[in-house]
Design a protein around this ligand. Sequence first.
Ligand SMILES: [Zn+2]
Length: 410
Amino acid sequence: MHKGDGYLADPALLPAVPVGLRRVLDLVVSGEATSRAEIARRSGLARSTVGQQVDHLVGRGILQELESSESVRGRPPRVLTLSPRAGTIAVADVDLLASQVAIADLTGRVLAQEPVDVRIDAGPEAVLEAVTERLLNLLERCGRDPDRVREVVMGLPCPVDFQRGSAVRPTGMPGWDGYAVAEQLSKRFRAPAVVDNDANLMALGEARQDQVDTPLLCIKIATGIGAGIITESGEVYRGADGAAGDVGHIRAVGGGDVLCACGNVGCVGALASHRAILRGLGIPESTDEDPLYGAHALAERIADNDPPAVRALRQAATEIGEVVAMLVYMFNPRTLVLGGPLSELRDDLLSGVRAVVYQRSLPLATRKLTITTTQFGENSAIHGGIALALQHIFSEQGIARMLVDEVGEG
Ligand SMILES: [Zn+2]
């Protein structure tokens, strides 16, 4: 068993992908066509061209052609799908208190998912070790060849230099600043690896759902407050330096002199994040037995209508609403999603934010705006990581890489 080093190839040296092959692959991946005849009909390509490209893709282990069980008059039709041998995607959503890993196939279907018990403040080496071990376990359990991981994606709860694949001056994450996370992951899995901000991945995961309109703005309210922006065409908007969406340090209306971890005072993240609410109520964030103790305890108090807890949540909603109203002016999103542990608490947060946004924003910006909470809950960053990986794998460069890769025995 050996795998090609297509992932190491200089992009400039990769062969051009034939237009016909691209079209055939797109139709099968999107599920629009499942047979040679259908591909020919939909693409307008000659049957011989379709046959040639299908044979090539089957030969490379990217597509498979199976006999369908539903026989229509005589010969059973042969059905084209992505081959399980085409590879897998490995995703890790690393958060301060709770982390998750998952593997998915190239149709984006999650094959297995598990929490990883490692603290982010243990440093990048320990976290990468734990995440890698768990991902390799999942691959083995699902019978997937670790040498055929096509892309690794890791989400981190801090500003990320997307090009370099490392965290940039994160707070509460000793050892992570500038550490070459993507490079290390790429070495371990012998595959391209990317690192992204957790709110970006959450936003991508939400935008990937059916019937969700873009542009989309996703606000993650957790230890801090961050935002992910998805453009109309479904891409993450990162800004000039990758810092777009780092909204937790915008000054809150009622910010006063509350000190933020960034050194400034009055940041909305220091006032209205999940962590800030827990601190205000004297609830510990985590205990030895339960890393998410704070989230559970707050949820209980809100469910019991505990007045101080409900009041704290409503106040936070108002502060967040003020910042979000400003962002709605700026970006004019079609969908606004609230995520993180607070968004799962009854409707107080959602209705509080809605009230301020509708009151503050102009009718033109809110007429068609949907304000909602996450559909995927705590899994949205995993789904976003899968979406990001698929964008790369089925890009021109990604397909070229798959084509130059050796076909393994697996
Ligand atoms: Zn700050």
